[in-house]
Design a protein around this ligand. Structure first.
Ligand SMILES: [Zn+2]
Length: 495
């Protein structure tokens, strides 16, 4: 590898160069190393996954491995013997691919950035280039990054090439948005979905890199919780983790603490949300608003605050559903476990929906701050919904609350009656409940629900509740679980 005098950012310096360097994508690496060792190639591969996850990196390693001169020599020496797929990293071909950007002398590899070369002209030029294929055993390897950005005419032109690919030409496409790639293209590719890295995997890699850096130059002392914050913010991408690490290191601290990392990266302390949830429990709107102000005044962006709150509250749901969140430290987990029993599953879903709704409204709002405050104050009134729930329960057990007209369009079924099948209660239409309040009912301050009024599943007979919230928020619903697993990952930066 070439030694450079100027500072090289960590993401570039520690970019994986061989299959062994790649972490968290074992399933894909295994398939590719097998294919290369047995020389059984597909004409096209499609690598998908979020940004910074290593799609282009893997594509380059594949290219290096297939055209590595040392591997070819090894094979010639021992015909019939399986030669490891790992590229040598030292031959002219490997070196050319590693320094791809400007000094490439390797015409075997064509790299196209789909984002800036979207037109048909670029594909026509590529097709001309494909007429010159290197002699065996080398391959012409075409890597098209962000392939979904190609224009329709470019796609169609590319499709023709894929239908009748020249000998020893191999395509590797990379995309963050596979749904935008024409199905006819996808059907001609072997598709691989790259996984986001877990927090533990990122921390482990960061530690490895820090120890390498510490051997090379001055000491970087960073506490484990600080690494945890960086890994959480990176949201499964090693490149982002290293960029964040660079940002933190360049601050020039002797000892990097979690508190400093949060300050530098503008992250919210998870513990703030514990206090927040307690304030919601105690209906303390003032404390909620004060906590929010305290954070925004310290430089936290409102959207970042909501993203972090969403990430935090998603853990409540996972715990309710019997799963274990992976983005919490031991202390954070203990605190959340203490708070979770005080909220029902529906209340948590309500909070999540409400936060998402508010966050979406930020885009069109002229006063983000006010909208946020309003939303947070409303969350403090979530216990009002509890009282509504208890009144509904009263209505179901006490005869006084049954609507007098039997022909009411939305009747409420009494759960004790086993003989008749339960009918849905439409909770987002409060008409039958509110329009005729019983005289002894205390006045209820009903929140106009954003999604609907959450009601705990009625035990035993369990009448289905027809509202958007309760599209079966039961522990059996794995679709909810999957979606909230996504939410609990720290959200991408909004800057
Ligand atoms: Zn090589």
């Amino acid at each position: 590898m070439t030694e450079k005098k100027s500072y090289q950012v960590l993401a570039r310096k520690y970019r994986p160069q061989s299959f062994g360097d790649v972490i968290g994508q074992d399933h894909i690496i295994r398939i590719f190393t097998n294919a290369i060792e047995l020389e059984r190639f597909s004409q096209a591969y499609l690598l998908t996954g979020s940004r910074g996850i290593g799609k282009t990196t893997i594509a380059r390693i594949i290219a290096k491995s297939i055209n590595c001169e040392e591997r070819h020599k090894e094979k010639n020496k021992n015909p019939g013997k399986v030669v490891s797929a790992e590229p040598c990293l030292g031959c002219p071909s490997c070196l050319a691919i590693a320094g791809q950007d400007s000094t490439s002398v390797n015409n075997d590899i064509v790299e196209i950035d789909g984002a800036s070369n979207t037109g048909i002209d670029n594909i026509l030029e590529l097709q001309k280039d494909l007429m010159y294929v290197p002699p065996a055993p080398r391959f012409k390897i075409v890597i098209i990054d962000e392939v979904h950005m190609l224009s329709k005419s470019a796609f169609n032109s590319l499709l023709k090439t894929l239908e009748e690919p020249p000998e020893r030409v191999l395509f590797i496409f990379a995309t963050t948005e596979p749904h935008k790639v024409l199905p006819t293209i996808i059907s001609r590719c072997q598709r691989f979905d790259l996984k986001r890295l877990s927090i533990e995997q990122i921390i482990l890699k960061l530690k490895e890199i820090i120890s390498k850096e510490n051997i090379e130059k001055e000491k970087i002392i960073i506490e484990d919780e600080a690494l945890f914050e960086i890994a959480k913010k990176a949201d499964g991408g090693m490149r982002d983790a290293l960029s964040l690490m660079d940002q933190v290191i360049s601050y020039g601290l002797d000892n990097i603490t979690a508190e400093e990392v949060r300050k530098i990266l503008g992250l919210v302390r998870t513990e703030i949300f514990d206090t927040f949830m307690e304030a919601i429990l105690h209906r303390n709107s003032l404390q909620i608003v004060n906590l929010f102000h305290q954070e925004t005044e310290s430089g936290i962006d409102t959207s970042e605050f909501f993203d972090s709150f969403l990430g935090y509250i998603g853990n409540f749901l996972l715990i309710k559903l019997g799963d274990t969140p992976s983005n919490l430290t031991k202390n954070q987990m203990e605190n959340i476990q203490k708070l979770t029993p005080h909220f029902t599953e529906d209340e948590i879903i309500y909070i999540i929906n409400y936060l998402i709704e508010t966050k979406n409204n930020f885009r069109t709002s002229t006063s983000k701050q006010l909208l946020a405050e309003l939303a947070l104050v409303k969350l403090a009134r979530i216990s009002d919904m509890k009282s509504l729930k208890s009144i509904l329960e009263n209505m179901m057990t006490g005869s006084k609350f049954i609507p007098s007209e039997p022909q009411t369009p939305k009747p409420i079924n009494i759960p004790n009656s086993n003989s008749t099948p339960p009918k849905p209660i439409v909770t987002n239409n409060p008409e039958p409940i509110v329009s005729k309040p019983p005289t002894n009912t205390p006045p209820i301050d009903i929140i106009q629900p954003i999604v609907s009024i959450p009601i705990e599943p009625i035990p035993a007979e369990q009448a289905p509740i027809e509202n958007t919230l309760s599209q079966n928020p039961t522990s059996n619903d794995t679709s909810e679980l999957l979606s909230f697993k996504d939410i609990t990952r720290s959200s991408p930066a909004n800057s």
